[in-house]
Design a protein around this ligand. Sequence first.
Ligand code: ADP
Ligand code: MG
Length: 298
Amino acid sequence: MNLRVEDITKRYGNQFALKNISLELKSGEIVGLLGPNGAGKSTLMKILTGFIEPTSGAVYFRDLLLSENLSTFQQQTGYLPEHNPLYTEMYVREYLQFHATIHQIAKNEVEAVIVKVGLIPEVHKKIHQLSKGYRQRVGLAAAILHNPSILILDEPTTGLDPNQIEEIRQLILALGKDRIVLFSSHILQEVEAICDRVIILHKGNLLDDLLLNQMRSSEKQLIEVEFDLRVEEQFLRSIPNLIKVENVYDATWELTFNTQEDMRPLLFDFAQQNGLRALKIIPKNKNLAVLFKELTAN
Ligand code: ADP
Ligand code: MG
């Protein structure tokens, strides 16, 4: 099962909200859509849920064109909008039963979802009496009532306190096991905490598509070193933990080590013991924080 975005552009007047975005989302994967405010996250999510149409480009679900299969598609999609519109005068159960009726879902399903999202203690209240965290749960409950295969959550943790954030995270993790989940945030730590993959949007451009697991499990350490003299590659091979050597130019090398131990002091000693001077020793590893900062710097 996959959701495929092909070369989507969205323009509001002269302003581009999205520029030539292509990507594919797969089942069982929690994908983070990360980007500063105004990046185009909500616009992309509205296009993916069929709420607005792109200026150009197409969305496919199971190889069917979204624009030609809108109602079928929306039956399989759960959407928690950024400013979750709730009927605040309704009671929690009443609101969810109202949603169930729209989707032609049996009432006992509502009870199961109330349990699932942890709404039991607040179920007797009116929505306006709920805290922001519980309102988000009502929104999530409404989004998953019809057991959709795609779940689109627009900044579900914004405005919540740390405990509520953790609870919503756990909920999303549990929900993400067997469906497509796209989750947006302007906060890096949010995305890092629960996503398998992160897509970075900036000014309507898709900047990077990263597999967080690969980044997390990467034990490698990259260091750029410049010596005062040219040396042979063979000579560098005797440095401990070294797994890759690349000549950048002249006496500048990029060295890859398979250790987390900081290799900079060892490199310094190595140079000294061999009659060389290290003119610079620069760590080149990029974690997500560094990358996000670099990518969104201008
Ligand atoms: P994000 O969700 O990442 O904060 P949005 O998708 O809401 O970003 O917005 C992306 C850009 O498109 C912004 O510059 C925003 O002002 C603009 N935009 C969004 N919706 C509209 C609209 N309905 N009309 C005009 N401009 C819009
Ligand atoms: Mg938004």
